[in-house]
Design a protein around this ligand. Structure first.
Ligand code: DGT
Ligand code: CA
Ligand code: CA
Length: 572
């Protein structure tokens, strides 16, 4: 349970209360708790385990009721009032909240006025123009909701990596506690760290499958048992499908390989096996009737003349050929990173001060952060006026002076996330840009410009000598907003020619550049910055793993990533 999981539960409670038309005071209390938790620089789990309710209540915005629920969530994975509230509304109704542009207020209206309970209800109502006349909705909203439904359907049944991974890890931890579990691994697309996953796959080694399956099907939060057998069981836990397979120790490597996939990668390996007179399946490696391996995953690769292939590369995108030639890259790891080049502070829409963000970065072992607060064009984000930049600069210098005196060598770089406006101009004048250590350019408006215009818009920014990095280059929000239409090859060429760095934004619903674009950057010789775009200190720690995973899926090595370098070199 990390803070974000706890915040998610409270957010869902608030949503349900709002849809049900509950007391606004109560709803606000939950929303406040969510905001507090999201920006909390300490681990709630640690606080709860150390000091319980008493200690939790010392956190501003956390009262007695919330504190008790936090303890309950840390201990059991969920809380009673959340589970009970969920039973009071049809699941199909809550599913509607996953649709872009349908918030709890709108949903409450749709439910009360038109009796809408499900996505199909909503689609029907929108298509027959029943939303037009509802107060506060109208034609435009109706159109947007239909677009949102279309987008939702494209992702249906898949969940973000960041949602599945913490749950999978907690299931793995629970099962590990059993004496009869000899070994355990996450498999499937989750082990390959795809940006979204269809389900969670887990593989266990045990001689007592029955005991393992009994524990698995009675885990906290199980909503449905889809199948239960000795070798395979499937459950639904908190809305997610989980498959568990149990094998003997002699088959663990072969099974781990098989169930990690991808399917296309597996097919390539099996074909190579056949060429070598071998049969490779989830039970082992066979030469005729003789079993020649399967205990270790590496044996599968060795048997067909390959070196080990990390899970993130197993997509049949050239990894088999590379492994044959001994050319599998040495993929980047979190520990290679020396800093974060895109974080926000209270100077725009961040929740922590410059010093707090710096302390959190030091705790991660970083040597620098670039505070990249927004420029004014992003109205809602509280962008910095030119005066504000000057004021902020004083604070940056105070913090840096302190670090110098303490001899830490840590450095706060003065940066800004500057809007690339729809007329191609930057949101600050060149005189302002030139005084910043680092300029991060980003598109935040007019996403619907056509391909040529959008490409030209970003290229123009890259050609500005003061712009160093382009943030989230395609603007996509997984499940909510499609990437804008842009010619990626042209962006890569210009980035190379101008020495502009492209960002891999680690936020789990962005992951932009995505994996194949990272690979493209590497091929073009364009540097990538793996940044978090975090708006509080905890995010900086919690989301970086998703960015690094995506970089690994894009074949990136430490040398391809600019923030593996020391800050002096970055500034150059
Ligand atoms: P997902 O769950 O849609 O995100 O993707 P995966 O890759 O986790 O797929 P899943 O859960 O259906 O199956 C897990 C692994 O099992 C998959 O990655 C490879 C293996 N697998 C499943 N079906 C087949 C198949 O028909 N042939 C082969 N060779 N492998 C398969
Ligand atoms: Ca899967
Ligand atoms: Ca599966």
């Amino acid at each position: 349970m990390i803070n974000l999981d706890i915040a998610r539960i409270f957010a869902e409670i608030a949503d349900i209360l709002e849809v049900k038309g509950a007391n606004t005071f109560k709803i606000r209390a939950y929303r406040r708790a969510v905001a507090t938790i999201e920006s909390l620089p300490q681990d709630l789990k640690v606080i709860a385990e150390r000091g319980g309710v008493k200690e939790l209540k010392k956190i501003p915005g956390v009262g007695d009721a919330i504190a008790k629920k936090i303890v309950e969530i840390v201990e059991t994975g969920d809380c009673k009032s959340h589970i009970e509230l969920k039973q009071e509304v049809p699941p199909s109704l809550l599913e509607l909240l996953a649709i872009p542009r349908v918030g709890p207020k709108t949903l409450a209206k749709l439910h009360a006025e038109l009796g809408i309970d499900s996505i199909s209800d909503l689609e029907e109502a929108a298509k027959s123009h029943q939303l037009e006349d509802l107060p506060g909705l109208g034609t435009k909203v109706e159109e947007n909701i239909l677009k949102g439904i279309e987008q939702y359907k494209r992702y249906q049944g898949r969940v973000l990596l960041s949602k599945a991974l913490p749950y999978a890890e907690s299931i793995v931890n629970d099962l590990k506690k059993l004496d009869v579990v000899e070994d355990i691994t996450i498999a499937g697309s989750l082990r390959r760290m795809r940006e979204t996953v269809g389900d969670i796959d887990i593989l266990v080694v045990s001689n007592s499958p029955k005991e393992v399956m009994d524990t698995f099907t009675s885990l906290d939060g199980v909503e449905d048992i889809v199948a239960k057998g000795d070798t395979k069981s499937s459950i639904v836990i908190r809305g997610m499908d989980v498959d568990l397979r149990v094998v003997g120790a002699e088959s663990f490597g072969a099974a781990a390989h098989y169930f990690t996939g991808s399917k296309h990668h597996n097919i390539r390996i099996r074909e190579l096996g056949m060429k070598n007179g071998l049969k490779i399946n989830e039970y082992g490696i066979y030469k005729g009737d003789e079993r020649i391996g399967g205990k270790e995953e590496l044996e599968v690769f060795k048997s067909v003349g390959l070196t080990y292939i990390p899970p993130e590369l197993r997509e049949d995108r050239g990894e088999v050929e590379a492994a044959k030639d001994g050319k599998i890259p040495e993929l980047i790891e979190i520990s290679d990173l020396k800093g974060d080049l895109h974080v926000h502070t209270r100077w725009s829409d961040g929740k922590n001060s410059i010093a707090e963000m710096a302390e959190a970065a030091i705790a991660l072992g970083y040597e620098y952060i670039a505070v990249a607060d927004h420029s004014p064009a992003v109205g809602i984000a509280g962008g910095m006026t030119e005066d504000k930049i000057a004021e902020r600069q004083i604070e940056i210098e105070i913090v840096n002076t302190r670090f110098e005196a303490e001899g830490t060598g840590f450095r706060v770089l003065s940066a800004a996330e500057v809007d690339i406006k729809s007329d191609f101009s930057m949101d600050y004048k060149d005189e302002i840009l030139k005084d910043l250590d680092l300029v991060v350019g980003a598109v935040h408006s007019k996403f619907s410009q056509d391909r040529d215009t959008m490409t030209k818009r970003i290229i123009t920014a890259m050609e500005n000598p003061h712009v160093d990095i382009i943030a989230h280059p395609t603007g996509r929000i997984l499940g909510k907003r499609e990437p804008y239409d842009v010619d990626m090859a042209q962006l890569m060429e210009t980035a190379k020619a101008t020495g502009t760095i492209l960002e891999l934004n680690s936020f789990p619903n962005r992951l932009d550049l995505k994996d194949v674009h990272c690979r493209m950057a590497k091929d073009y010789g364009v540097s990538v910055a793996i940044s978090t775009d975090s708006h509080n200190a905890m995010q900086m720690r919690d989301v970086i793993r998703y960015g690094v995973a995506t970089a690994r899926r894009g074949w990136l090595e430490a040398k391809d990533v600019v923030n593996t370098k020391v800050w002096g070199e970055v500034l150059k």
